[in-house]
Structure formats: structure tokens, C-alpha cells
Design a protein around this ligand. Sequence first.
Ligand SMILES: [Zn+2]
Length: 292
Amino acid sequence: MSTPHDGRPPSSTTTPSRPDSPPDSRPDSRQDTRSGTEKKGGRRTCGSRSWAAATPSDPADASRPASPSDPPIPKPPPTPSSTAAPPAPSHSNKKGFDLNAIETVLVTHLHADHFGGIVFLILDGQFRRRTIDLTVVGPPGTERRLNEAMEASFPGSTEVKRRFVVRVVEHRERTAWATHRFTALPFEVRHAAGAPSYALRVKNAESGSCIAYSGDTEWTDALLDAAQGTDLFLCEGYAHHPVRWHMDLTTLQTHRHRLETRHLLLTRLSPTALEADLSTWDVAHDALTLTV
Ligand SMILES: [Zn+2]
């Protein structure tokens, strides 16, 4: 079955991305945000801006692959011709998700801890006879970076013929991209990743529920737009004090009252942030399950 995309056609996948800038100076603390909070009723308008195609999304689709857990390193790495299945995102397996049923992956930015798991998702699909096409929606340059990541991880893997197509679509600033399941809206934020980075707002087409995810970023008022009218805002809470390119709790606290969301949930806290007084915050934890 091919992914029934009724969204706009994919933009060019050959758009050159900007030269890579230095990666984060600090290692990411991979907090699993696939978890959440029971949020029902009281439907809100999901923001007041460009929701032209207002048909929401499956929040699970948006969060699952975009924030994969650490992909285990294969020993030895399987070659593309191997019959052994490569390791897949561990949390997905533990939670009983069918990885082959994932149709779309939304990517906030092109750091490996945020999109590197797609390599394993593709390889897992290859070895487990996936037939559903996979669409990856990410920043300009996603196709090139993904191919580079695949070749670095499994040389020759980009040349393998598969039973499914991996289609790459590029975000366009504050322009909605929709499927029959959801609409996603990207807001450019401040995080150096060799290509623009985005916060994403995703609206479920069926239920109308709406979530936003900051991705990695220092404070920018674009987050106010991304979070506006959402049922849940997953926000990075990387550090306690200000640090470049990442969100810190001190700065977030000063803007907290401006965020028009029903529920602010911190994710991706560094070890030092986890040691801070978090009594006034709601903090995600590994394997948390959210229903919005
Ligand atoms: Zn990052």
C-alpha cells in the first residue's frame, strides 16, 4: 500500500542546504516525548494563522519517529544485503508500535539525535518487508543529509531497491502540509543544525486536537505562534540557565505566561537541568504515553 498523501506535492528534494554549522556544543539528552497527558474535550482553535488545509494529524505519527531513542549500534553492522534485521528504535518496539505502519515522519531539524533514527526505520522496513511508502517531511536539505547518514551507517544502503518508496518533502516556513490524517505547520526557530530548524504544530484531522513541539531552540517568539491554541506544547527544557541554541528554564519561565497552550510539558532535559528544582514544571519521562 502506498502512502495516501493528499497533501501538496513534494518540493524539490535537491535544494542545496546551507553549509553545515558546528553541531551542538553539548550532547543531547534524549528524552522520549512520546508520552503525555490525558487531554480531552474543550476543543480549541489551533492557532489563528495559516490553517488553509486544516485537516489534522495523527499526533503519534508526528512524535514517534521525529524523536527516536538512541538507535543501538549493530555489531557488526549489517550490510544492505544482509538478511538480519537491523536494530530499530527501541522504544517503538517496546511499546508495540508497528514500525512498518508509520506513514509519515516529521523532522524539526537535521541533527542526528532528531532524524538519525530514520536510517534504522528504513532499514527495518527493508528487512521486515515493508510495503507502505514512507514520507519524511523535514527542513531543506533533508534528502541529502538522510542519504549521507544512511551511507555513513550502512555503505551502499541508498542504492538498494526496496518494496517501498521513501519520499522527502521540505518544510516551507509557516506553510501547512496536510495528509488525510493531519496538518503540520513549521515555524523557524533558532538552532544551528546546518539547515533551518523548526518548531512544529500538528493538528489531528479527525479530532481537531493540536500539539506543538519546539524541537531544539533557544527562545524565540516564533514559539508563541507555534504553541498558540494547542492542547499540548512539548518544549525543550535543556538547561537551567541560558545556553546558546537551546532552551533554558530561566528564560522559559519569563515567557511562560505568554504561551497560549493548555498544557506545557518539558522534554529533553540535560542532566544538570534534571537536578534543578522542577517542582513548578511538568516534565516528560522515558516511555511516557500521551493521549491528546
Ligand atoms: Zn539539535
